[in-house]
Design a binder for this molecule. Structure first.
Ligand SMILES: [Fe+2]
Length: 295
């Protein structure tokens, strides 16, 4: 069955583009490709021409998730499966494909109204190697895509069916969470060896995007970035810790849009030939202290 192979790009609607450019480059260590004539700020983290597209928008939330597939045949198969599943699918216009820098794409809404785009043929620029403005070792991407996102889903079971049965994700595990007297279950899904590319949390939250995660190639980059953020007065939304399910060692920063960015290192990987779904009862083995929400 044709399946999404990675999170190829992420579109964000942000109120303050200038604050984001500074935060993304000077703190996260992403490379700015500049603000285009279309007013979109594009950010790089590897050989891809655009991993993040930031649109000026008051929502300060996810605008769209770009799910990569191998080729036109895979795109066609997924479009067909979505339509058969009752999902309205729109073919991306040549203008949108050009704006995303991809060969072809389709657009649709997930069960909670989050815009999804399945595409193939991203623009890659090996001739212009990624160069972080910071002295960091770079990011773990490749077949694992840009990282992961955690989004709010009213009905996690319904969303799992959507992402698993129509887009081809596999379940990694579940975390049974408890905040005070409130209990709920988060679902984690993968589409490549990255432990999860998508996580779903069934809480009525003000934003659909809780956080996105980018994975540094060196543990020192995580430590150095945490202290840099502290020195610059950026809120550490969750302190250093290691997660129970993906074993990611990470901390969380508050982005200029309010949602968080998880800065991680050392996540464990999934081999679909041997992986068994697991159930966890806490988000972290140690650390990740925060005032409110879970990581
Ligand atoms: Fe995360």
């Amino acid at each position: 069955m044709s399946a999404v192979s990675s999170l190829g790009y992420l579109g964000l609607g942000v109120k303050n583009l200038e604050a984001w450019e500074q935060f993304a480059t000077e703190v996260l260590g992403l490379q700015s490709a500049g603000i285009g004539k279309d007013g979109v700020l594009r950010l790089r983290m590897d050989e891809h021409a655009c991993r993040f597209a930031l649109h000026r928008d008051d929502c300060d939330d996810i605008a769209y998730a770009g799910w990569e597939v191998a080729d036109a045949a895979a795109l066609g198969a997924i479009a067909e499966r979505l339509r058969a599943g009752g999902v309205e699918v729109e073919a991306g216009s040549p203008e949108i494909a050009a704006a995303r820098g991809v060969a072809e794409l389709i657009r649709f809404s997930d069960p909670d109204g989050v815009t999804g785009e399945v595409f193939y043929g991203p623009s890659v620029e090996f001739e212009r190697p990624f160069h972080s403005p910071r002295a960091i070792s770079g990011f773990k991407t490749g077949d694992q895509g840009l990282g992961h996102i955690v989004i709010a889903a009213k009905d996690v079971e319904r969303s799992v069916r959507f992402y698993r049965d129509l887009l081809g994700f596999r379940i990694s595990d579940f975390i049974e969470m408890k905040i005070g007297s409130m209990g709920f279950t988060m679902a984690f899904l993968h589409c490549n060896p990255r432990h999860h590319t998508l996580a779903l949390i069934p809480l009525p939250l003000p934003k659909r995007l809780l956080h996105f995660m980018i994975q540094a190639r060196s543990i020192d980059d995580v430590g150095a970035t945490m202290y840099l953020a502290q020195d610059r007065g950026i809120e550490i939304a969750s302190t250093l810790g290691r997660h129970t399910n993906d074993h990611m060692l990470s901390f969380y920063l508050r982005s200029p849009s309010g949602f968080e960015v998880e800065y991680g290192w050392g996540g464990r990987e999934i081999d679909d030939r041997t992986w068994h779904v697991q159930k966890h009862h806490a988000p972290s083995i140690w650390g990740h202290r925060r005032a409110g929400m879970p990581g």
